[in-house]
Design a protein around this ligand. Structure first.
Ligand SMILES: Nc1ncnc2c1ncn2[C@@H]1O[C@H](COP(=O)(O)OP(=O)(O)OP(=O)(O)O)[C@@H](O)[C@H]1O
Length: 257
């Protein structure tokens, strides 16, 4: 029997008053793969990630992570997950070390002292472990957020703009790190990003989201072929400017009314 996907989302919906932020979204992510979630501002990426984490209650639909129903038993899955987001600040007054200790305990990390030293070295935050988190530069904060996201060696990692604010060299190095982490641990990553090079490099599969709905889905290579483009930046611009075909165009009637 094939293994259950690490992430299984069905008919997910989130409505804020008149705004439909996520509209009947269904997808699954097999274990050991990376899914990219792409979309313009307001497409519903952050809302989707917040629902996967149980931070936001869906208006409808279901979410399974590692075979666990997140709407009923999320506390069984959370210790094996983690996330980073530029929209969620770590407590400002605590030092980086105290933050990592706090989250490490929350996730029940064994031999936490050693793990903090290890991840601080990997994410190159060791020189400012004893500085208050609120007093770091934007790029330093991003690296601390990633250290926090990896503290429990998660099986499922949700990354919202993981390289935001990083200089090109550091961003490239972080992508390399995530690539090796994913290969070594066979973990599953969901990546929301506006960086198309990052998506092409890291993702096995990509969902193009528009107004909370799936506009297109495929591997970067399939999307490039389907759109007749050379890189994902051009694919993204086609979608944003209404030149993409969308899933309707793949239906036998070509989406004709
Ligand atoms: N708390 C809220 N109340 C009302 N509307 C909201 C709320 N949070 C998000 N929205 C709306 O839901 C839609 C999806 O927002 P979301 O933040 O998920 O988009 P996004 O794809 O992450 O965008 P960005 O790339 O700008 O981060 C937007 O129209 C947004 O204005």
């Amino acid at each position: 029997m094939p293994a259950a996907p690490s992430i299984a989302v069905q008919h997910l919906r989130k409505v804020y008053g008149e705004i439909v932020a996520v509209d009947d979204l269904s997808f699954s992510v097999p274990r050991g793969t990376v899914l990219g979630l792409l979309g313009g501002n307001g497409a519903g990426k952050t809302t989707t990630i917040a629902m996967l984490l149980g931070l936001l209650e869906p208006t409808g639909g279901s979410i399974g992570i590692l075979g666990i129903d997140m709407l009923k038993r999320r506390y069984a899955a959370l210790p094996r997950m983690n996330f980073s987001s530029p929209y969620v600040d770590l407590p400002h007054r605590l030092t980086v070390r105290q933050n990592l200790q706090f989250y490490g305990r929350l996730y029940g990390v064994k031999d936490l002292r050693h793990r903090i030293v290890e991840i601080a070295e990997h994410m190159q935050v060791a020189p400012f472990l004893d500085r208050a988190a609120g007093k770091l530069s934007a790029g330093q904060k991003t690296r601390v957020a990633l250290a926090k996201a990896l503290i429990n060696k998660p099986d499922v990692l949700l990354l919202d703009e993981p390289t935001a604010s990083l200089d090109p060299d550091t961003a490239d190095w972080v992508r390399g790190y995530l690539e090796s982490y994913q290969h070594e641990t066979h973990s599953t990553i969901l990546l929301a990003s506006h960086n198309m090079g990052e998506v092409e490099r890291l993702c096995d599969d990509v969902i193009l989201l528009q107004a909370g709905k799936v506009f297109e889905r495929g591997s970067p290579r399939e999307l490039l072929e389907r759109f007749g483009r050379e890189d994902m930046e051009e694919v993204f611009l086609d979608m944003a400017r209404g030149r993409g075909r969308g899933l309707d165009a793949l239906k036998p009637d070509g989406g004709q009314p």
